[in-house]
Design a protein around this ligand. Structure first.
Ligand code: C2E
Ligand code: CA
Ligand code: CA
Length: 280
């Protein structure tokens, strides 16, 4: 009936999915306007594998929904992006992350903070200004901040993104390429983007614990780390769930590890307590 050679399949599940998403989006709008305190930033430590000490923390956003409980960012960040709401999240998350980073520094700890940015953020020419202002407000040196981006954030508008990232890098902010190894053109991005760090996707790290995948995972991880070593890039492995992985990841050439075996993402006060109590 549409007049072209297309067939559309109707599936009740699609409709239900759409309705759910719309309801969640409406809730998200209300939360941002009326209860921004329900959007919380959690922190997951990253340890330096040589010294076994905490060197950084990744800021991971959580939404405390009144009826659904904690909503995962995988569910609401993509929604916020398509609805154009992500701009409202960014200052919130940056400020919260830098505020904690400042507090760690005041308690005598040199711990950097990594913030995830989405495609819309890194395509926005106002971002370097916003980041500089947030750093000033918090009193945190730019070298303590890492911006995590993924390949998909670059694909939307490569030229624009490259110029935004170059300006951030010129300010002294570190850039990290997240989920490395899962995309289609990672290697060309290593050449073109001003990155200082690569995060090996957790699927490779999970593979170390799987008998049938371990050999391939080891080979892939060590290939990535030797490539990164020759390019002078720092390597972070995420998704370390087992104690024996920490040694293995170090032997394979990773500099830093992050994962449940060290700690889960923690609220800011829990993170501060964890810093005092943990062996790292
Ligand atoms: P990501 O950037 O790859 O973040 C790592 C995810 O792995 C986090 O999920 C973290 O909780 C989880 N993780 C860490 N260690 C382990 C482990 O040992 N085992 C397992 N199974 N998982 C582990 P989370 O917090 O649910 O975040 C999901 C994704 O949402 C993130 O993936 C990131 O892409 C996005 N995200 C989170 N916070 C933000 C944010 O503030 N802004 C934007 N734009 N995206 C965010
Ligand atoms: Ca990340
Ligand atoms: Ca990742």
């Amino acid at each position: 009936k549409r007049g072209d050679d297309r067939v559309a399949v109707y599936d009740a599940r699609m409709e239900r999915d759409r309705t759910e998403k719309l309801a969640l989006l409406a809730d998200l709008r209300t939360t941002l306007q009326e209860h921004p305190e329900r959007i919380a930033v959690y922190f997951q430590p990253q340890i330096d594998l040589a010294s076994r000490s905490v060197c950084s923390a990744e800021a991971l956003v959580r939404w405390h929904h009144p009826t659904l409980g904690v909503v995962s960012p995988d569910r609401f960040i993509p929604l916020a992006e398509t609805a154009g709401l992500i701009d409202q999240f960014t200052p919130l998350i940056l400020d919260a992350a830098l505020h904690e980073c400042r507090a760690w520094a005041e308690s005598g700890r040199d711990i950097g903070v990594a913030v995830n940015l989405s495609a819309r953020n890194v395509g926005d020419p106002r971002l370097p200004q916003q980041v500089a202002a947030a750093l000033r407000r918090a009193g945190v040196p730019s070298s303590s901040l890492t911006i995590e981006i993924t390949e998909s954030s670059v694909i939307a508008d490569p030229a624009q993104t490259l110029s935004v990232l170059a300006r951030l890098a010129a300010q002294g902010v570190r850039i990290s390429l997240d989920d490395f190894g899962t995309g289609y053109s990672s290697l060309s991005y290593l050449q073109r983007l001003p990155v200082q760090e690569v995060k090996i996707d957790r699927s490779f790290v999970f593979g170390l614990a799987q008998q049938e995948d371990a050999r391939n995972s080891r080979a892939l991880i060590s290939a990535i780390t030797s490539l990164c070593r020759s390019l002078d890039l720092h390597v972070v492995a995420e998704g370390a769930e087992l104690a024996e992985m920490l040694d293995e990841l170090r032997v394979l050439g990773c500099d830093v590890a992050q994962g449940y075996v060290i700690a889960r993402p923690l609220s800011a006060p829990d993170f501060a307590r964890w810093l005092d109590e943990s062996a790292f």
